[in-house]
Ligand binder design. Structure first.
Ligand code: PTJ
Length: 245
């Protein structure tokens, strides 16, 4: 039990979730390393949601609302940290959720499927009995996608995605949105909208944004998307990393 008074309470709570998920057997072997890398970047931005991240979130939500078939791709880390929040956000923007693992094993897919179903989300895609296709005809595990989900998606939100996978998705012509604390990652660089924030802060904030944007004129959403420059925003995101004593 972590005392609430601990100065690193929030961060330790997330570590606890990751350790629990590892014990439950649905994380990739390198998941804790990926989490640690995220922690380091989060520390350097002061564990807060920065202005460029907020701007990217508005654009991302607008793009998802405007899309025909938006899909949220979930892996082990995203599930461990924000399963309920992802379900709520998916419902708010009418997006599907698909299990999309970089290190895909049947056992992991089975456990993650059950988690979403237990949390009230029965429509989960990318399961063992789902109809899967290869993106760009690349015949490897990393290029598989659900026929009704990512395969047919126009916009895919990929939190904490590996660069190889993001590249395959990008090459298949989809609009890619990422949530990645590392603004220098390949995924951040190749995405159309990169949100440099912790998934645990970003997703609930995006649900709030969705409630606001859904009431706005479509033209406002289109302008938000068209006026956004991801490269510029990433530069600004990088400037948020401050090392001070
Ligand atoms: O469950 P799987 O098999 O799909 O595997 C998941 C991991 C995350 C292990 C896999 O996709 C991987 O190896 O990813 P990378 O290449 O380590 O990239 C993950 C990125 O997410 C890194 O740039 C981290 O900085 C970032 N990251 C880690 N934790 C968070 C985060 N970004 C946002 N919120 C976090 N909590």
């Amino acid at each position: 039990m972590i005392p609430k008074s601990h100065p690193r309470y929030e961060s330790l709570l997330l570590r606890d979730k990751m350790v629990k998920a590892a014990k439950e057997g649905y994380l990739a072997d390198s998941a804790l390393i990926a989490h640690g890398r995220g922690e380091a970047y989060d520390y350097l931005i002061g564990e807060r949601t920065t202005h460029p991240a907020k701007r990217a979130m508005y654009v991302a939500v607008a793009a998802m609302i405007l899309s025909q078939n938006p899909v949220i791709s979930v892996n082990g880390n995203a599930t461990a940290l924000a399963c309920d929040e992802i379900i709520e956000f998916a419902r708010s923007v009418n997006a599907k959720i698909e299990i999309n693992l970089f290190y895909r094993t049947d056992e992991r897919v089975k456990i993650i499927t059950q988690i979403y179903r237990d949390h009230g989300y029965k429509e989960i895609l990318g399961t063992l009995d789902d109809d899967m296709e290869y993106l760009n005809e690349i015949k490897n595990n990393r290029a598989t996608a659900s026929k009704q989900g990512i395969y047919a998606a126009d916009t895919v939100l990929v939190p904490l995605e590996d660069g190889d996978r993001a590249e395959i998705l990008k090459k298949s012509g989809k609009n890619i949105i990422t949530i990645d604390l590392n603004p220098l990652s390949r995924t951040s660089k190749m995405s159309d909208v990169s949100i440099m924030d912790n998934i645990v802060r970003a997703i609930p904030f995006m649900t709030k944004i969705a409630e606001d944007l859904k009431t706005q004129d479509k033209k406002i959403l289109i302008d938000l998307v068209n006026e956004f420059d991801n490269e510029e925003n990433l530069k600004e995101s990088l400037q948020q990393i401050r090392v001070k004593e």
